[in-house]
Design a protein around this ligand. Structure first.
Ligand code: NDP
Ligand code: MG
Length: 403
């Protein structure tokens, strides 16, 4: 008897392949060549790293948003005898995300720039592995409608949401009451400044803000963790993913980052997902779902950890968390404005144009000035994003420290 034909490899597009999540995703793919193959790898400008990844994973497509970088990559791959086809521009991200030959799309571009290709993957009915939380913050309602309309399978990569997904009943119908779900408890490490004196926060440097105690991540999300805006964005993300109202989403500071989040049920049960803080766990979970595969993650040693601590979040130290809850409650364009202002303020902080404690001020001032924007279709959302950025830039200029 001839062997049965082996199952076809899952063809994975990795948006943001050169980033922290992208590289972790490729690490998991490389451990399972019998299950997965890289279909398309994308980046913004990093030619060198994408070139190496193309030689290693031989994707059908490589995309660079920057056209000069794309020409450079094309020449280098040609000289190296690679068959990978290089595409350029933001439109090519959408093309590979929705390509009929791709099965799964890892959405790991940072910021609002990741929205269009993630939404294209959702509309095309792909298995969407969503790391790019900003996409849901900007367009939660539309994004979830696109998933429902196309039958796409949406799997959260953010460790907290992946944990919640794992702690919810299989086939959760996004109806918390019917499923007996009382609350979602999102854990937060508290970032590098949980215990630092409030007065010294004004002078922290970008490198200090990016030195996260438990996770190694890209610079933007690292600053978001230091301001706790990351948790604020995650509250909004949880609201859209799991259809839970803001008052039923509680943030619990848990400095060890071992419990990745919890679901509390009507009968008093609280289900948690634990593990070492390593993004390859949620990535492998989502790639293989509903199966389980090796992720290369060190087993959890509870004896080594010894204890797990919990604290209430400090809304005075972390005003960004309160701003995010308020934006979610307000609805309309508020979350999109919050996100845009945050991206601009964080970029200005990373460029040393404004101090760390100016970040929440800039966001609050932008929210006040951009209250009447509309977000009823994707074009309106992108317009609101652009308008909020303009306002945020003027607020940044007003606070800019002269070099
Ligand atoms: P990185 O900064 O490490 O990587 C970002 C990736 O996106 C890079 O490949 C970068 O390309 C690409 N990129 C940046 N800007 C653009 C653009 N305008 N157009 C197209 N591509 C672009 O980010 P992370 O991997 O840390 O984060 C990615 C997303 O995942 C974020 O939304 C973050 O919030 C989320 N996330 C990350 C976690 C983590 O542990 N890192 C945990 C949970 C969520 P290039 O290299 O060329 O600049
Ligand atoms: Mg997270």
């Amino acid at each position: 008897m001839p062997d049965p034909t082996p199952p076809r490899l899952q063809r994975v597009t990795v948006l943001g392949a050169t980033g922290s999540i992208g590289m972790s995703t490729l690490d998991v793919l490389a451990r399972h060549p019998d299950r997965f193959e890289a279909f398309a790898l994308t980046a913004q400008v990093q030619v060198e790293r994408l070139f190496e990844l193309c030689l290693r994973f031989s994707p059908r497509f490589a995309v660079l948003v920057d056209s000069a970088a794309a020409s450079d990559l094309r020449q280098r791959l040609k000289a190296a005898g690679s068959a990978t086809e290089v595409l350029a521009g933001a439109g090519a991200l959408v093309e590979v995300a929705a390509h009929p030959d791709t099965d799964a799309v890892m959405a790991a571009i940072v910021g609002a720039a990741g929205l269009a290709p993630a939404l294209a993957a959702a509309r095309a009915g792909k298995r969407v592995l969503l790391a790019n939380k900003e996409a849901l913050v900007l367009s939660g309602r539309l994004f979830m409608q696109a998933v429902a309309a196309s039958g796409a399978q949406l799997l959260p990569i953010d460790s907290e949401h992946n944990a919640v997904f794992q702690a919810l009943p299989q086939g959760y119908t996004r109806d918390p009451q019917r499923c007996g779900v009382r609350r979602i408890l999102l854990t937060a490490s508290g970032g590098p400044f949980r215990e630092r004196s409030l007065e010294s926060l004004a002078n922290v440097t970008p490198d200090e803000a990016c030195a996260h105690p438990n996770w190694v991540m890209g610079r933007k999300i690292s600053v978001d963790s230091a301001t706790m805006m990351n948790k604020g964005l995650e509250v909004i993300e949880a609201h859209w993913l799991f259809a839970v109202p803001p008052e039923a989403i509680e943030v619990v500071v848990h400095p060890q980052s071992v419990i990745h989040s919890m679901v509390e049920y009507a009968d008093g049960s609280v289900l948690a997902q634990l593990g070492n803080p390593d993004m390859r766990t949620p990535i492998a979970h989502a790639l293989a779902y509903p199966e389980r595969i090796d992720a290369g993650v060190r087993p959890l040693d509870l004896f080594e950890i010894g204890r797990l601590n919990f604290e209430r979040p400090d809304f005075v130290r972390f005003p960004c968390l309160a701003l995010a809850y308020d934006a979610l409650r307000e609805g309309g364009a508020a979350a999109a404005v919050l996100n845009a202002a945050n991206e601009e303020a964080v970029a200005a902080f990373l460029d040393r144009r404004v101090g760390f404690t100016r970040i929440p001020d800039i966001i609050a001032a932008t929210l006040e000035r951009a209250c009447d924007l509309s977000v009823d279709c994707i074009e309106a959302i992108l317009d609101a994003d652009a308008r909020a950025r303009e306002i945020a830039r003027s607020e940044i200029l007003a606070r800019q420290t002269t070099p």
